[in-house]
Design a protein around this ligand. Structure first.
Ligand code: HEM
Length: 426
């Protein structure tokens, strides 16, 4: 892609590459220069306008008519011809859900589907979450060492997501692989060979989602958010359309688990690497909700989100032309000193942590945020109570290379089982 006329691209803007190590390791740090010197810039490598400051990103989120979310789930790296052929062979047809739907269709649909997220409805899931976390902890508690990602951080949120949606529990390992393919397909830069493999995964995920949906439609007495959608699709097929049902079935499995799994892994990493903060939580579990929120700000699991300009529009003094694609690096906004004092410090007593943009903002703000928060809290409650002497092992962290979903692929921790409070004081 070429720089737009009259807008010289600075060397740093030209070099910006979100698939390289600095951004993968720490997207907020990788964009410090931008926050300080060039808060809105065109990235020729990406073909996107990158926005890094808090106020600018919030302004974009606020105006979803000028800045449409329609590209939120578009492949950020266009499919190769081979990958395209693979997708077509599976009749792949992922289209609008909620997160990438324009007005007025979006609000009409969102309003129909709010009930499952009421505080009472969410509270009903808490015992399930707690039971799952406890079972997973029981399985490792005498071991003394574990990779928490492999042992529970993805599987518990995935099980909760399926339960919330009313999807009968299926092959979890397969769903996990599908989710990774979907993330790479949508937000990654797979190599030409990987493209075909990823397309296979995504195509199969699409087929699978269709089959699950048909099974559920044949059993209309079930409960869960997907059943709410199936019911609305019967009553108001023009609002909750057939393609929406199928697209949502696939997208929501990822949205409802990957986000929460990665957020939990990030939070444990941050908290355990500050033993004095971890001890505070063990001594005073009432601090856990604030700590979870601060972790979502400091080290969120969604680090960038997309919009497209529907007309020429100004952002932070720069004119983004009609059709300009925008990458809002929310992780950078969350480290903007203009909004958060000492932004790089993890401070569980911070009074405005909740202003973070990890759940987005405005009319599309994450509908599942309170479910995600609840899961993080329950994980922290159970671990601080049952393994207060948990320690982070020395390790190199790796990440699935992509622009938007971030969390360590493994998180090794250790503890001395002889010190387990339950053993000492049964
Ligand atoms: C939308 C993040 C958990 C369901 C979003 C958006 C983000 C996000 C960034 C786009 C917001 C925007 O455009 O303004 C997260 C994070 C989570 C999480 C960080 C966990 C820590 C969940 C869960 C569910 C869920 C558990 C479902 C049960 C949704 C839905 C939307 C959405 C349905 C679309 C809302 C709309 O467009 O109206 N989420 N999410 N999310 N999320 Fe989440």
């Amino acid at each position: 892609a070429l720089a737009p006329d009259g807008c010289p691209v600075s060397p740093r803007a030209a070099a910006f590459d979100p698939f390289e190590r600095p951004y993968q390791l720490d997207p907020a740090e990788a964009l410090r220069w931008s926050r300080e010197q060039e808060p809105v810039f065109y990235s020729p490598r990406l073909g996107y306008w990158v926005v890094s400051r808090y106020d600018d990103i919030k302004a974009i989120f606020r105006d979803n008519l000028t800045f449409s979310p329609s590209i939120a789930l578009e492949k950020i790296t266009p499919a190769s011809r081979e990958a395209q052929a693979v997708l077509e062979s599976y009749d792949y047809g992922m289209n609008r859900t909620l997160v990438n739907e324009d007005e007025p269709a979006h609000m009409a649909r969102r309003r129909e589907l709010l009930e499952a997220f009421s505080p009472e409805a969410l509270e009903a899931h808490a015992p399930v979450v707690r039971r799952l976390v406890r079972e997973k902890l029981d399985a490792i508690i005498d071991r003394g060492r574990a990779d928490l990602v492999a042992e529970m951080f993805w599987e518990v949120p995935l099980t909760v997501a399926l339960h919330f949606l009313g999807v009968p529990e299926e092959d979890m390992e397969q769903l996990r692989r599908f989710s990774v393919a979907h993330t790479l397909n949508t937000w990654g830069r797979p190599s030409p060979e990987q493209q075909v493999e990823v397309a296979e995964g995504v195509g199969k995920f699409w087929q699978y989602s269709g089959e699950v949906l048909r099974k559920m439609q044949a059993r209309p007495e079930g409960h869960g958010w997907m059943y709410d959608m199936i019911e609305k699709n019967r009553q108001k097929p023009d609002v909750v359309t057939d393609n929406y049902l199928h697209s949502m079935m696939m997208a929501i499995i990822v949205a409802a688990h990957e986000t929460t799994a990665l957020a939990t892994a990030n939070a444990f990493r941050q908290l355990l690497s500050r033993p004095e903060v971890w001890t505070d939580l063990c001594d005073n579990p009432a601090l856990i909700p604030a700590a979870a929120e601060e972790c979502l700000r400091h080290s969120g699991s969604v680090v960038a989100w997309r919009r497209i300009a529907t007309r020429d529009a100004e952002v932070g003094g720069v004119t983004i032309p009609e059709g300009g694609k925008i990458l809002m690096v929310t992780a950078s906004a969350n480290h903007d000193p203009a909004h958060f004092e000492n932004p790089d410090e993890l401070d569980i007593y911070r009074d405005n942590a909740v202003d973070h943009l990890t759940f987005g903002y405005g009319s599309h703000q994450c509908m599942g945020k309170n479910l995600g928060r609840m899961e993080m809290r329950i994980f922290l409650e159970e671990f601080t109570r049952r393994l207060p002497h948990l320690e982070l092992e020395e390790q190199e962290f790796t990440f699935l290379p992509n622009t938007s979903f971030r969390g360590p692929e493994a998180l090794w921790v250790r503890w001395d089982p002889a010190q387990n409070p339950e053993r000492r004081d049964p």
